[in-house]
Every structure is written in C-alpha cells, then in structure tokens.
Design a protein around this ligand. Structure first.
Ligand SMILES: CC(C)(COP(=O)(O)OP(=O)(O)OC[C@H]1O[C@@H](n2cnc3c(N)ncnc32)[C@H](O)[C@@H]1OP(=O)(O)O)[C@@H](O)C(=O)NCCC(=O)NCCS
Length: 198
C-alpha cells in the first residue's frame, strides 16, 4: 500500500490520520447535525480511537487502499475536519468523502482540502473519482461540483453517485499538472450496494 502523505493547500495542512488524532477530533465531530445526511452519531473518544485504529491499519485488502487526512488550518492551527480517499490502484479509481466540523463550516475549507486531495490522487495516477452525496445535501453537492464531479443517475444507499472521469484537458486544468493523461478513461461501474463503510 502506498503511504498517506502530508499535503498542503493555501490555508490547510492535511495530516495523515494517526490514532492520536482521536483526542482532538472528538470535539470536531461532536455536533449531531453533522450526521443529518450521512447517518450515524457523534462518537465517544473511545469509539473514535477504535475507529482510527481500524482506519490506520488499512483495509486488509491489497486492492483497496484507505487514506485519511485530518484537515488543519495552518501547521499549528486547530483540526477542523477530515478527508477520506478509498483508492483502488489497479482500477485507478478513488472514492472521496469530506467532513468539516460545524464551527468551521462555510469558510471554503472542504472545497480547498478536497481539491488538494484530488490533485494528489490525480498526480498518483487515479483517473476516476466518485463521491456519494445525499440528494438534499446542498453543501456537499457544492463541494463535489467545485471539484468537477458531476451527478449520475446511480443511487447507492439513497445517495447520488457523483463522478469525475476527466479527459486530459480537464485534468490538467483542475490539477495544474502537465503529465501524460489518457484522453479517454473507461468508466468502471460501481453497482448499488457495493459501497463499504470503514
Ligand atoms: C459538506 C461539508 C463538508 C461542507 O463543508 P464546508 O467547509 O462548510 O464547505 P465549504 O465552505 O468549502 O463550502 C462548499 C460549498 O457549500 C456551500 N455551503 C456551505 N454550507 C452550506 C449550507 N449550509 N447550505 C448551502 N450551501 C452551503 C458553500 O457556499 C460552498 O458553495 P460555493 O462553492 O458555491 O460557494 C460540511 O457541510 C459537512 O461536513 N457536513 C457534514 C458531513 C457530510 O455530510 N459530509 C459529506 C459526506 S461525502
């Protein structure tokens, strides 16, 4: 599995998830409103630590890499949320998910952090990116749209599958990259019900 590397945007620093982040993140994830569209509820410190132990250990499946980053404002600023990428390297596909704590929402942090991760994934060879967004979750739709993802007619557990299968021009435009990218990327269909929770 490729390591999860530290990433940086204009304002945000994305730290590879560590189990020790649980103590800080339990406050970030403590508002019940965060789970309105995704289900779930605020975790206790012990639950979050156990979750992070599992996530840091990885999927156990060599064909699926789990990468998680805590989104910090600046090097020494507070943790504000996280980004997850589930990567299937052989298919060159990735699924993205984003969460920003209620106190930090509406400042463009999800957009910026997700864009940094997207650029990193594309530079690492990913050619198809998906996200699953509740049909009424406008903020998450805006994040997906800002990344260039587009909604599809595929529903997975009641959420709309958004997809980015960019050609060479759009990829370069979005990532600023100049590397060689295939002009056409074959889509790999994900069937409803195949999505796995970590
Ligand atoms: C979705 C979420 C990550 C957005 O985080 P954020 O940091 O507030 O998002 P940003 O500030 O980057 O804003 C992104 C866009 O959403 C819009 N937005 C933010 N909050 C909004 C709200 N309550 N209603 C409508 N639009 C909203 C912003 O205006 C922006 O749109 P724009 O690009 O057109 O200007 C955050 O709401 C969240 O964590 N929600 C709970 C967890 C969740 O459901 N995650 C999605 C799972 S994939």
């Amino acid at each position: 599995m490729s390591p999860t590397v530290r990433l940086r945007g204009d304002r945000v620093v994305l730290e590879p998830l560590r189990v020790q982040h649980a103590a800080e993140m339990v406050d970030v994830l403590s508002d019940a409103a965060l789970y309105r569209y995704t289900g779930g509820s605020p975790p206790s410190a012990a639950e979050l630590e156990a979750r992070y132990v599992r996530q840091v250990a990885g999927s156990g499946d060599p064909s699926e890499e789990w990468h998680s980053w805590v989104v910090r404002v600046g090097d020494d600023g507070p943790a504000t949320g996280y980004i997850q990428a589930t990567v299937a390297p052989e298919q060159a596909t990735a699924e993205l998910a984003w969460v920003v704590g209620t106190a930090w929402q509406g400042r463009g942090l999800a957009r910026e952090a997700a864009a940094v991760v997207l650029a990193h994934l594309v530079a690492s060879g990913v050619r198809r990116v998906v996200a699953h967004v509740h049909p009424h979750h406008v903020a998450s739709q805006r994040v997906a749209s800002s990344l260039g993802l587009e909604p599809t007619s595929v529903l997975v557990d009641g959420e709309v599958e958004w997809v980015l299968t960019p050609g060479a021009d759009r990829l370069r435009e979005r990532t600023g990259g100049t590397g060689s990218v295939p002009a056409h990327t074959p889509a790999v269909e994900q069937l409803p019900g195949q999505r796995r929770e970590r």
